[in-house]
Design a protein around this ligand. Structure first.
Ligand code: MG
Length: 227
């Protein structure tokens, strides 16, 4: 008997290499804007983009607002006259095309799917994440994916995890495990919903105060000993 029958995996930066996908997509946006892609330009974009995602985690902005606003501000700061809606369309289309997996993700998912039920729990734009999942090598091993945009709630809210638990037969707060890299959405969310959690911390970041972390791993293969 496994300890945790139902495994709820975060997608970006837990199974998928979001960084690689994000860089590639942003390079396409630069092309459209007549900009030369560089690491510095990407860092500048992220300095605008990231705070907006934190505001989303806190419920201060909507995803619809965020995805266009990040490019509106980016273009405004650079004084470039291009359409932020089109920038976002290019970004999302190219993100959806990229399904680069992190090291050992495929091996771990393939192995665990023989003994467990695997799900994706992700804060994301539904069209992007569905495209990426269906085009990915891990698709055959995933029972279902719960995407915040479709749930009408996002991690770390309890409402999001209630939505997920209501849709999985046999799941209880004792027999599932939330696995993710983000303290503010995955681990905080599991805390809010009273679910066991595993922090995927590949870079060995310091453990924070004030959050319950039941398991911590630096390599996805460590899950074999936990679940
Ligand atoms: Mg993540």
């Amino acid at each position: 008997m496994s300890r945790y029958t139902y495994l709820l995996f975060d997608a970006d930066d837990t199974l998928f290499d979001f960084g690689a996908a994000n860089h590639n997509a942003f390079a396409k946006v630069c092309e459209y804007c007549g900009l030369l892609y560089s690491e510095e330009l990407f860092a500048f974009y992220e300095s605008i983009n990231q705070p907006l995602w934190h505001q989303l985690d806190q419920g201060l902005v909507t995803k619809e607002f965020l995805v266009v606003e990040r490019f509106r501000r980016f273009l405004g700061e650079l004084g470039i006259d291009r359409d932020p809606v089109e920038c976002n369309r290019i970004q999302l289309t190219n993100l959806g095309l990229s399904a680069v997996l992190l090291p050992h993700a495929l091996e771990v998912v393939q192995t665990l799917a023989q003994t467990h039920k695997l799900y994706i729990v992700t804060n994301a734009v539904a069209s992007v994440q569905r495209a990426r999942l269906s085009g990915s090598e891990i698709a055959p091993y995933i029972t279902d994916a719960f995407i915040s945009e479709e749930a009408g709630a996002a991690k770390p809210s309890r409402a999001y995890f209630d939505y997920v638990l209501q849709r999985i037969d046999g799941i209880t707060p004792e027999n599932c495990l939330v696995i993710g890299d983000s303290l503010s959405s995955d681990i905080k969310g599991a805390n809010n919903a009273g679910l066991p959690c595993c922090w995927y911390n590949p870079k060995g970041a310091p453990r924070p105060d004030g959050l319950r972390i039941d398991h911590e791993i630096r390599d996805l293969r460590e899950l074999f000993n936990i679940v």
